[in-house]
Design a protein around this ligand. Structure first.
Ligand SMILES: [Zn+2]
Length: 473
């Protein structure tokens, strides 16, 4: 009998990793890094629950580190099989994993230099060599094309609408002449979102594994464009600079698209935009190279290339970045990291926060303990690079750009399911969010639901052979 084991994102939002066994073979769906609390992060260092060399293949849903960040380590530990992903995910993974290796190395160097480690020396979770080796195993598979893995497994990707290249994976397990369909939602995006396409509704499957990041919440219905226009106009009227900390992949491109839309619609005159993040520049190039992956083409907005618009400038070098210090408003600087936990945005903050004409615009979730969270909570001074920085700039929060479906949107995504699955496993959400979505799915659709614990395994019965099961409301 096929078997599914939950080795991450079980009652938490990070570390996605599912082990699927059947027909004498085994594959992983995602192999993501644990992030956040230390107790979780330590799991990244634990020995895997399986021999990496015994896994036949990995099927990745998308490029976020909490879905791919344990891959280089598995390769280092002996995994040699193919790693399937969509074509944009292959390109974005290179950017994100190399950056992650770099940050890992920096952290290890810092701990060693300061003597802050009981390991001698502290080592990175993986390094650039491990990443290069992992990248060499990537096998791109386009959306909608069935892919054979071996005699026991095949899968098909469907658009998950969460991020360029993000997919749900419908996996078929074949054993003793019977088939079992298991649909992994991956991260499901929003309907009518900025830039990203709508998620494809879920198909019928014998088992579903669904995310629940916002399983107990409803996103506010606010126009992102109206909010952004207000913030830009107010800042520019003061002659200020709008500073936008943004995740380099996804959020930075959404911001470029939104600002282009304001200008194209004649709501504002063109204004200078500076993208100050090598990773965001690479990611924007990949977005532009995959017009099929977004709702609108970033490479050709309004009949011209947004990437080569005169009013958008990309800054790769440190010198170019520092030159922006002298710049006067009105202007926009987009830089990372998104939670202000590091990166070039910090030196822009040191420069711009002490002046009341400027605005800092938060565009995404800010974890507790981050500089972004402190600023949102109204800190009057913050510590950056060991210096006290007074906060006189206006701090604003742009709402409505979440990359994840809320509870209602998850139900809408599930509306594609016509035949009751044998079970729905609710993962990728904190315990309360997962429980809330599970009970809603059970209440509104009548499906069997489970909220698996970390390490828990389930036997999967073969599909209902000989045609569809009973139709459900
Ligand atoms: Zn994601």
């Amino acid at each position: 009998m096929a078997r599914l084991t939950f080795l991450g994102a079980a009652q938490t939002v990070t570390g996605s990793q599912y082990l699927l066994e059947g027909g004498g073979r085994r594959i992983l769906v995602d192999s993501g890094m644990f992030q956040g609390e230390k107790a979780l992060r330590l799991r990244n260092w634990a020995e895997p629950e399986f021999a990496p060399a015994s896994v036949d293949a990995i099927v990745l849903t998308h490029t976020h580190l909490d879905h791919i960040g344990r891959v280089p380590r598995l390769v280092k530990q002996g995994f040699r099989g193919p790693i399937y992903c969509t074509p944009p995910t292959e390109e974005l993974a290179e950017v994100l994993l190399l950056d992650a290796a770099h940050l890992q190395q920096e952290d290890a160097d810092y701990l060693n230099r300061k003597g802050l480690t009981k390991h001698s020396p502290a080592l990175p979770l993986f390094d650039e060599t491990d990443v290069r080796e992992a990248l060499g195993l990537l096998r791109p598979v386009p959306l909608g094309r069935p892919q054979e893995v071996n005699h026991a497994f095949s899968f098909t990707y469907r658009d998950a609408g969460h991020l360029l290249g993000a997919a749900s994976a419908g996996v078929t397990v074949r054993e003793d002449g019977r088939e079992t369909q298991v649909l992994f939602s991956g991260d499901v995006g929003r309907f009518d979102a900025v830039l990203t396409r709508d998620p494809e509704p879920a198909p019928d499957a014998d088992y579903l594994v669904i995310e629940s990041t916002y399983g107990n919440r409803t996103h506010p219905a606010l126009s992102v464009l109206d909010q952004l226009e207000g913030v830009l106009k107010k800042t520019f009227a003061r002659g200020g600079v709008l500073l936008i900390p943004a995740f380099a992949v996804g959020r930075a491109q959404q911001m470029l698209f939104l600002m282009d839309e304001l200008v194209t619609a004649g709501r504002m005159r063109a204004f200078p935009i500076h993208v100050d993040s090598p990773m965001a520049i690479d990611a924007t190039r990949i977005y532009a190279a995959h017009p099929e992956g977004s709702k609108v083409s970033l490479g050709n907005i309004g009949g011209r290339s947004l990437l080569h618009g005169k009013w958008i400038q990309f800054h790769r070098t440190r010198a170019e970045s520092e030159a922006l210090n002298e710049m006067k408003g009105p202007a926009v600087i987009i830089s990372s990291s998104g939670m202000l936990s590091g990166g070039r945005i910090l030196h822009h903050c040191r420069q711009r926060l002490p002046h009341a004409e400027n605005t800092l615009l938060i565009t995404g979730y800010q974890a507790v303990g981050t500089l972004g969270r402190a600023l949102l909570d109204g800190a009057s001074t913050v510590r950056i690079h060991k210096g006290e920085v007074p906060v006189l700039a206006e701090i604003r929060d742009l709402k409505g750009l979440s990359g994840h479906a809320d509870a209602g949107e998850m139900m809408r995504w599930l509306s594609g399911v016509r035949r009751a699955p044998r079970a729905v496993f609710v993962t990728h959400g904190e315990a309360e969010a997962a429980a809330a979505l599970a009970s809603r799915v059970n209440r509104e659709r009548g499906f069997e639901v489970r909220v698996p614990a970390h390490g828990e395994s389930f036997d999967l019965a073969p599909g209902l052979a000989g045609g569809p099961g009973p139709e459900v409301p």
